[in-house]
Ligand binder design. Structure first.
Ligand code: ZN
Length: 381
C-alpha cells in the first residue's frame, strides 16, 4: 500500500490512483478552514462538531472532483492511444502520469480541455443539488452551503486551469493551437511556456495585492500557486526539450562507456581505479564480461576487507540490469529509467555490454547550455 511518499488508493480503468502525503495535509488544513470560517458564518448556533463534519465532507467532495478532473484527462489520453500509468493527487491538485506527449495537436487540445470540462459539469451538478436542497429543505442551510461551495470550487478550478499558461490545461490548449498553426511543437512549447511564466508572475502580483487589501490567507495561497506554476512551467519546458533532444539520439550517444576491471583485482587496487570518478565498471574474466561493479561498494566494505576481497566478490551479475542496444533510441533508456530509477541501463553492442546509462548521464546531457531553463521572455524563434 505504501510506496515512497504515496498511498495507493486503487485502480480505475487500469490507472493507478495514488495519494501524495501532502494531500493529507491540505485535506486537514482545508477541513479546519471550512469548519472555522465558512460554515459557522452560515449558521453560527450549530455545534462545532457539525462544522467539522461539513468541512471534512466538503474537502472530500472537492478531492473526488479533482480526481474526476484528472480521470477525464486520462480517459481521453487512453482513447487517443497514449499509456496512462497513474494519477497522483498532491498538494496543489492532481497530476496524470501520461507516459508520452500527444502525437497530434488535436489530441493535445482534446486531452487538455477534458479536465476543465469535467470540472464545469461537476460544478453545474453540485450547484444544482444545492438549489434542489434549498427548494425542498428550506432550512438546510449548512447542506446548501456545502454543495454550493463544492460547485463553486469546481467552477473556479475549471477557470484557473483554463488560464493560458503551460503546463496548465489552458496552456496546453494554447500550445495545441499554436502547434496546429505553426506545425512546430518546440516553438509552440516555448510560446506557451512564456504564457505560463507571465501568468505565474501575475498570480504572484495579485497575491501581494490581496495580502494588503483583501485577505492574508488568500494572498499567500495565490503567491504559492504562482511560484509553483513558474516552477512547473520551467520543468515542463525542460522535459519537453529533453524529449526533443533525446528523440534524435541513440542510447550510445548519451551513454558513458564502461571501463573494464579484472575479476580477481583486489578492492584496494580497484579503489585506485575508481578514484577517477567513474561510478560503474565492467567486470571481466579472461576477456569476457561477467558483471558490473559499482564504486559505491567501497563505502560498504570496511577498509581492512579491501585487501582480501576481490572485485568479483562484489560485482552484480549482468542479468540483473535492464539492457538496451547501442543503436536504440535514447528515449527508450529514459523510459526504462523512469520505471526503475535505481537500476542503471546497460548498453550492448554485438560483442556485449559497452556502456551504461543512469539519470546522471541524462542530467549531464541536459545540463548543456541549450537545455537550461529558459529566461523570462526568452524565445528561441
Ligand atoms: Zn487538468
Amino acid at each position: 500500500m505504501f510506496k515512497h511518499d504515496e498511498i495507493l488508493l486503487g485502480k480505475i480503468l487500469g490507472i493507478e490512483i495514488t495519494l501524495n502525503y501532502s494531500w493529507l495535509l491540505i485535506l486537514a488544513i482545508f477541513t479546519v478552514y471550512l469548519a472555522l470560517t465558512v460554515f459557522p458564518a452560515v449558521e453560527p448556533t450549530k455545534p462545532a462538531a457539525l462544522f467539522f463534519f461539513m468541512g471534512l465532507s466538503g474537502s472530500i467532495l472537492i478531492f473526488g472532483s479533482i480526481l474526476l478532473h484528472e480521470l477525464a484527462h486520462s480517459v481521453v489520453a487512453v482513447r487517443g492511444g497514449l499509456a496512462v500509468k497513474k494519477i497522483t493527487l498532491f498538494l496543489f491538485g492532481g497530476a496524470s502520469r501520461i507516459s508520452e506527449e500527444p502525437g497530434t495537436p488535436q489530441l493535445e487540445i482534446r486531452m487538455a480541455l477534458s479536465g476543465p470540462v469535467a470540472s464545469l459539469v461537476l460544478g453545474f451538478i453540485f450547484i444544482n443539488i444545492g438549489l434542489l436542497v434549498q427548494h425542498y429543505y428550506f432550512n438546510a442551510h449548512l447542506t446548501i452551503a456545502l454543495f454550493t461551495l463544492v460547485g463553486l470550487t469546481n467552477i473556479t478550478l475549471a477557470i484557473f486551469n483554463l488560464l493560458p499558461g503551460f503546463p496548465l490545461d489552458g496552456g496546453r490548449v494554447l500550445r495545441g493551437i499554436l502547434w496546429l498553426r505553426s506545425r512546430d511543437l518546440k516553438k509552440a512549447t516555448t510560446q506557451a511556456t512564456n504564457g505560463g511564466e507571465i501568468i505565474a508572475y501575475l498570480l504572484i502580483a495579485a497575491g501581494i495585492l490581496e495580502i494588503f487589501f483583501i485577505s492574508f490567507f488568500g494572498g499567500i495561497w495565490l503567491i504559492l500557486i504562482g511560484f509553483f506554476l513558474r516552477q512547473m512551467a520551467r520543468w515542463s519546458y525542460t522535459q519537453t526539450l529533453a524529449n526533443f533532444a533525446l528523440k534524435n539520439m541513440t542510447a550510445m550517444e548519451i551513454a558513458r562507456p564502461l571501463v573494464g576491471v579484472e575479476n580477481n583485482l583486489s578492492l584496494t587496487d580497484f579503489s585506485e581505479k575508481a578514484m577517477n570518478h567513474e561510478k560503474f565498471f565492467l567486470v571481466q574474466k579472461g576477456g569476457h564480461a561477467i558483471g558490473i561493479i559499482s564504486a559505491q561498494i567501497l563505502h560498504k566494505v570496511t577498509a581492512d576487507e579491501w585487501a582480501i576481497r576481490r572485485v568479483g566478490d562484489k560485482s552484480l551479475p549482468l542479468g540483473s540490469f535492464s539492457r538496451i542496444r547501442s543503436g536504440d533510441a535514447a528515449l527508450e533508456a529514459l523510459k526504462i529509467l523512469q520505471e526503475k530509477p535505481n537500476m542503471p541501463v546497460l548498453v550492448y553492442d554485438q560483442d556485449g555490454p559497452v556502456a551504461i546509462i543512469t539519470f546522471d548521464e541524462i542530467a549531464g546531457f541536459l545540463s548543456r547550455p541549450e537545455f537550461k531553463p529558459l529566461n523570462f521572455w526568452q524565445s528561441d524563434g
